[in-house]
Design a protein around this ligand. Structure first.
Ligand SMILES: Cc1cc2nc3c(=O)[nH]c(=O)nc-3n(C[C@H](O)[C@H](O)[C@H](O)COP(=O)(O)OP(=O)(O)OC[C@H]3O[C@@H](n4cnc5c(N)ncnc54)[C@H](O)[C@@H]3O)c2cc1C
Length: 207
């Protein structure tokens, strides 16, 4: 699969067939897929995966799909995620590491307790001289972060490469995506170099 893609899963919950998409959250290795699922309050599939599906259980998969993938090139990359939107950016960060492509990884989380994959990102960035990472939490906590608050132009202006000719990939809840898209526009990132994907429960589209 290509870094950034997702797989569909199909399973039966309470006698109903349900399907959901989940981003592949580990780099391709030729033999396994990893997904990482946030428990949504009241969510049918996420709670079922957490509570009822054990190791060794079988589920139906659809092949990897999705256009939110790293375009080949040499321009510096910005990978900007909010919450569980971090998942597809992890294989992308790994691909940038392998290609020795300059990359700025920015992650916004509500607080330290729900900041996923911090150690994995820290370890990879420590081994990638051309990579930098910045974390921002909405609520103060015990672990150090680079800022507190929400995604905004000021933070991205500080953290992204000064030459705005970059390929920017961003993903997260809809209000987060709107804020990042506006900020990147204000910073002068060309629209053709902005890439995003809608990510989240289908219900979010109906509100
Ligand atoms: C391309 C893509 C990639 C994704 N990757 C990931 C990933 O890597 N990790 C991840 O955790 N998720 C990911 N998602 C989201 C995932 O597909 C599911 O939407 C998510 O897990 C919620 O599914 P659910 O069945 O638990 O919740 P649902 O049962 O679909 O409900 C979702 C939320 O909506 C509320 N809700 C349900 N029905 C209504 C209603 N009628 N009115 C108001 N509220 C309602 C529920 O209370 C719940 O909070 C991705 C989505 C897409 C499109």
């Amino acid at each position: 699969f290509k870094p950034g893609q997702y797989i569909g899963i199909r399973l039966t919950v309470d006698g109903q067939e349900v399907r959901r998409n989940y981003s592949l959250s580990a780099p391709p290795n030729g033999s396994t897929y990893r997904i990482s699922v946030k428990r949504e309050p009241g969510g049918v599939v996420s709670n079922h995966l957490h509570d009822a599906l054990g190791v060794g259980a079988a589920i139906d998969l659809f092949p990897p799909a999705g256009e939110f993938v790293l375009a080949p090139g040499e321009r510096p990359l910005a990978l900007i995620s909010g919450g569980v939107g971090i998942t597809p950016t992890l294989p992308m960060l790994h691909a940038a590491h392998e290609q020795r492509r300059p990359v700025t990884f920015v992650h916004f989380a509500r607080n330290a307790a729900v900041h996923a994959f911090r150690d994995w990102v820290d370890d990879l960035v420590a081994r990638s001289p051309q990579a930098r990472r910045f974390y921002c939490h909405e609520q103060a906590g015990t672990l150090p972060v680079d800022a507190h608050g929400r995604a905004c132009t000021d933070l991205l202006a500080r953290w992204l490469p000064q030459a705005r000719d970059m390929d920017a990939y961003f993903i997260g809840p809809p209000p987060f995506m709107a804020a990042v898209k506006r900020a990147l526009g204000e910073l002068g990132v060309p629209p053709a170099q902005m890439h995003w994907e809608f990510f989240g429960p289908a219900a979010a589209l109906e509100t």
